[in-house]
Ligand binder design. Structure first.
Ligand code: SAH
Length: 251
């Protein structure tokens, strides 16, 4: 007897949609997503698509009909519930365009729950395109299999962030001047945030103010000065391995 082929096949397109999904629902697809499924992937009626909506998990759908500029999909089964995301925020000063996009993409892939742009004294980027950042996170989520998008906070000034810092969340401050190795202070089961500075780093005043927050821990990412984007990706990876969802066998 031939082996049953895995369904849906690994090549099945995977898309985020804003529409809340449910069994049997009919989902209209328009714009860039319709162009991708219809013209790039050349899907036909009956072909499978995987969908997630950031609310209800992941669903299998099939193409009901293909029009010139739009497609209609029908949901046929739930594939998984919405994932539990490890409770880690990345609080990062905006850096130049291509680099902050890379940070948003990697933060999503590596598993953060929330990205908080923080404006510091030496932040040189004054306009942050949140829509573009969100688009990068959506694309990363589609590719890496996430069923929950990272939340994207409004940019906040460092002093306001520190003033309103939630008492139950450990602030892991990546201090280029040195601190405790992150792997030693990342604790499973407690909400945390990693704070990364801009290209020019933090001022001494800022470093003192951050360290004065109750529950803040100045931590080190090794003896070399990393670029901000390298520091962000490295810190998330260390935290995931020590305290997040990289600790057990998966997939
Ligand atoms: N221009 C600064 C470096 C800034 S690096 C200087 O020369 O000191 C950008 C950010 O990455 C820093 O603010 C810090 O948050 C983080 N970072 C870089 N290397 C680090 C390290 N070895 N340990 C901890 N944080 C680091």
């Amino acid at each position: 007897m031939p082996a049953t082929p895995a369904w849906p096949p690994a090549s099945t397109p995977r898309l985020f949609v804003e529409t809340p999904l449910s069994d049997g629902a009919s989902v209209p697809i328009e714009g860039a997503a319709a162009n991708y499924l219809g013209n790039v992937m050349r899907l036909k009626a009956g072909d499978p698509v995987r969908l997630f909506d950031d609310q209800t998990g992941e669903w299998l759908a099939t193409v009901a009909d293909v029009g010139k500029r739009a497609l209609r999909l029908t949901i046929t089964a739930q594939l998984s519930a919405r994932e539990d995301v490890p409770d880690l925020w990345l609080v990062a000063a905006p850096i130049k365009k291509g680099r902050i996009d890379w940070v948003a993409e990697k933060a999503c892939e590596l598993g953060v729950a929330r990205l908080v742009p923080v404006i510091t004294r030496r932040t040189i980027v004054d306009k942050l395109n949140s829509e573009r950042l969100r688009a990068h996170m959506i694309e990363a989520a589609e590719q890496c299999g996430r069923t929950a998008l990272p939340a994207l906070a409004e940019p906040v000034k460092l002093d306001a962030l520190l003033r309103d810092w939630p008492a139950d969340r450990t602030l892991l401050f990546a201090d280029e001047a040195g601190g405790v190795p992150l792997a030693q202070v990342a604790k499973p089961g407690s909400p945390a945030a990693i704070l990364i500075g801009p290209e020019g780093g933090f001022t001494d005043e800022e470093r003192a103010a951050i360290r004065a927050v109750p529950g803040a821990i100045g931590m080190s990412l090794g003896p070399r000065i990393l670029r901000a984007e390298t520091a962000a990706a490295a810190a998330i990876a260390i935290w995931m391995a020590a305290a997040g969802d990289w600790r057990s066998e998966s997939r």
